[in-house]
Ligand binder design. Structure first.
Ligand SMILES: Cc1ncc(COP(=O)(O)O)c(C=O)c1O
Length: 507
C-alpha cells in the first residue's frame, strides 16, 4: 500500500472530514512542489549573485594551492573584501549583527585576540590565564544578573556557569542539562520543555539534538508568554519552562516572575533566555526604564543565557550560560575516564576552544565597565525610542509589541514584506518576521550615530509610499515569505531552506 493510501485510510477511520481534506492536500502536493521549485529557482537566480559576489573576480580555491600564496597578497585581498563588506554595518543599516563596531573598540579586541590566538582553554594547565578570564566572565555576568539576591534566598546554591560559543550553545547546554538532571533525579525518559512560540528557535534545535519534546504555547495579544496556557501544558514529563527577556521577534519581555513561580511550584527548571537582553536590561533598569524582574533575583529562575557577543560588546563567538547551583551545572559537564587518549573532560559542546575569544570577551567587559555599559545602553534606548516614535507616526505603519530596543513593525493594508524589500533597496538589512507578517530593527550602538535613526524613519516613510504606489514585481523576499505562509506542507519549506544551505557551501 502506498504511503498516501495509508495516510488517507488511517485518517478515514479517525475523521472522514479530515481525510477528505488531506486527500485534497495530497492531490495538491505535485503542484505545490512545482511552485516551490519555481520559486526557489527564481529566488536563487536573484540571490546567487549577492551570495557569491566574488565568483570570477577574486582567486578561488577548491583544492589547496600547490605553492603557498604570499602573505601580503592574502592580507591585501582580505583587506579589500572586508572593506567592501564593512560599509553597511558601519553606517548603521543592519539590524543587530554588530553591536558595538567602533574602530578603536574593534582594534583593541583584535590586539587582545592576537595576543591569545594560540590559547586553548581545554589545556587549563598550559594557559591558566584563559581559565582566569573565563571564571571572571562568568562571575561578572552572574553578579550583573542577580547573583547577590540569589545568595540571600539560597546561600547553598551559588549562581555559577560556563562560557560558551554563543547564544545557541548556551541554550543547547541548558536544555541538555535539564534533560540529564530530570533523567537522573525524576527518572523522566521522554522529557518535555514548554516555551512560548516567540522563544528563540535554538530551543527547537536543542529539542532536535537532544531528544526533547518542545511544546510551543501561543503567546497573548501582547506577544508575551501566556502564563495560564503554559501552566496548563505542564505534564508529568515536563522538565523545564522557558521565558525570554526579551524575545527576539518583537523585543517583548515575558512575565518571567509568574512563569518562574509556576515552574517552582511544580518543581521544574526555569530558563530565562536573556541572550539578547542580558547585557542591556540591567543597565536599562538603572537608567529608569520599566524592566520587570527577569534574573536570579527571582527564586524560580534556575538557569539563564546571556550573550557577551551581543550587548556585552565582545567579539563574535562568546556567551554565558548560568545555573543556580553547581549541582545543576554538573549535568552540563562531560567527563570520560576510560579513553586511551587519557582522562578527558570538557564543560561545553566543543573540545578545543578559541581562548583568544574568551580573552577578548573579558577585555571587552573590563574595558567597558559599568559606566561604559550604562552610557551605551542610554544611547541605544534613546535611539530606539526615537525610531519607534517616528515609525508609529507613518500612516499605515504599526509598531508591534513594546520592545525597548527591538522595533518590530507591520504595515496595513500594504504587504510588510514589500515594504521590507523597499527598505533593502535603500540599503537596510532588516529581519523578516512571520506570524504575524512584519520585520524588525534590533537597535545597536551603530544606530546611535548622528542621523541614522532619522534616516531609518525617513526611508521607512518613503518605502511605504513606494509600496503603495507600485505593483508587486515578484522580486525580493515578499513572494518567498508569501509562499512560505501559504504552503501547508512545512517539510517542503524546510527542504527549500536546506537547499539554500547547500548553496552556501558551493565554491
Ligand atoms: C533571544 C535570543 N536567544 C538566543 C539567540 C541565539 O543567539 P546566537 O545567534 O548567538 O546563537 C538570539 C539571537 O539573536 C536571541 O535573540
Amino acid at each position: 500500500m502506498k504511503l498516501d493510501d495509508l495516510m488517507t485510510k488511517g485518517l478515514t477511520r479517525v475523521n472522514p472530514k479530515l481525510a477528505a481534506r488531506s486527500e485534497r492536500y495530497l492531490r495538491r502536493i505535485p503542484a505545490i512542489r512545482a511552485r516551490l521549485d519555481r520559486e526557489y529557482d527564481r529566488l536563487m537566480a536573484g540571490i546567487e549573485g549577492s551570495l557569491k559576489p566574488y565568483r570570477g573576480t577574486v582567486p578561488s580555491f577548491a583544492t589547496i594551492p600547490p605553492a603557498g600564496r604570499p602573505r601580503e597578497e592574502i592580507l591585501a585581498e582580505m583587506d579589500d573584501l572586508s572593506g567592501r563588506e564593512g560599509t553597511t554595518w558601519r553606517e548603521g543599516r543592519v539590524s543587530g549583527g554588530v553591536y558595538q563596531g567602533d574602530d578603536d573598540h574593534v582594534a583593541f579586541l583584535n590586539r587582545v585576540y592576537a595576543l591569545n590566538s594560540q590559547v586553548n582553554p581545554l589545556h587549563a594547565d598550559l594557559w591558566p590565564s584563559a581559565t582566569k578570564y573565563e571564571a571572571e566572565i562568568v562571575a561578572m555576568t552572574a553578579a550583573m544578573l542577580g547573583a547577590d539576591a540569589a545568595r540571600v534566598h539560597e546561600p547553598q546554591r551559588e549562581v555559577c556557569g560556563t562560557v560558551t560559543s554563543g547564544g545557541t550553545e548556551s541554550i543547547l547546554m541548558a536544555m541538555k542539562t535539564y534533560r540529564d538532571w530530570a533523567r537522573d533525579t525524576e527518572r523522566i525518559k521522554r522529557p518535555q520543555v514548554i516555551a512560548p512560540t516567540t522563544a528563540h528557535v535554538a530551543f527547537d534545535k536543542a529539542a532536535h539534538y537532544f531528544g526533547i519534546r518542545l511544546i510551543r504555547v501561543p503567546v497573548g495579544r501582547d506577544f508575551r508568554a501566556d502564563v495560564a496556557r503554559m501552566r496548563a501544558a505542564i505534564t508529568n514529563d515536563t522538565i523545564a519552562l522557558v521565558g525570554s527577556a526579551p524575545a527576539f521577534p518583537h523585543g517583548t519581555i515575558d512575565p518571567i516572575e509568574a512563569l518562574s513561580e509556576t515552574a517552582r511550584e511544580h518543581g521544574l527548571g526555569f530558563h530565562t533566555d536573556a541572550c539578547l537582553g542580558g547585557f542591556i536590561l540591567p543597565w536599562a533598569r538603572r537608567l529608569g526604564y520599566p524592566v520587570p524582574p527577569f534574573d536570579f533575583s527571582l527564586p524560580g529562575v534556575t538557569s539563564m543565557s546571556a550573550d557577551t557577543h551581543k550587548y556585552g560588546y565582545a567579539a563574535k563567538g562568546t556567551s554565558v550560560v548560568l545555573y543556580r547551583g553547581t549541582e545543576l551545572r554538573s549535568y552540563q559537564y562531560f567527563a570520560a575516564t576510560e579513553w586511551p587518549g587519557g582522562l578527558y573532560f570538557s564543560p561545553t559542546m566543543a573540545g578545543s576552544r578559541p581562548g583568544g575569544l574568551s580573552a577578548a570577551c573579558w577585555a571587552a567587559m573590563v574595558s567597558m565597565g559599568e559606566e561604559g555599559y550604562l552610557e551605551a545602553s542610554r544611547r541605544i534606548l534613546e535611539a530606539a525610542a526615537a525610531i519607534k516614535e517616528g515609525a508609529a507616526r507613518i500612516p499605515g505603519v504599526r509598531v508591534v509589541g513594546d520592545g525597548l530596543f527591538v522595533v518590530a513593525i507591520t504595515t496595513h493594508p500594504i504587504d510588510p514584506y514589500r515594504v521590507m524589500d523597499a527598505m533593502t533597496g535603500r540599503g537596510w538589512h532588516l529581519i523578516g518576521l512571520q506570524k504575524p507578517a512584519g520585520f524588525h530593527l534590533c537597535v545597536t550602538l551603530r544606530q546611535t550615530a548622528p542621523g541614522v535613526a532619522e534616516r531609518f524613519v525617513e526611508d521607512l516613510g518613503a518605502s511605504v509610499e513606494e509600496t503603495r504606489a507600485t505593483k508587486p514585481t515578484g522580486a525580493g523576499m515578499a513572494p518567498v515569505y508569501g509562499m512560505a505562509a501559504t504552503v501547508p506542507f512545512r517539510g517542503m519549506v524546510s527542504d527549500m531552506l536546506k537547499r539554500y544551505m547547500d548553496l552556501l557551501y558551493e565554491v
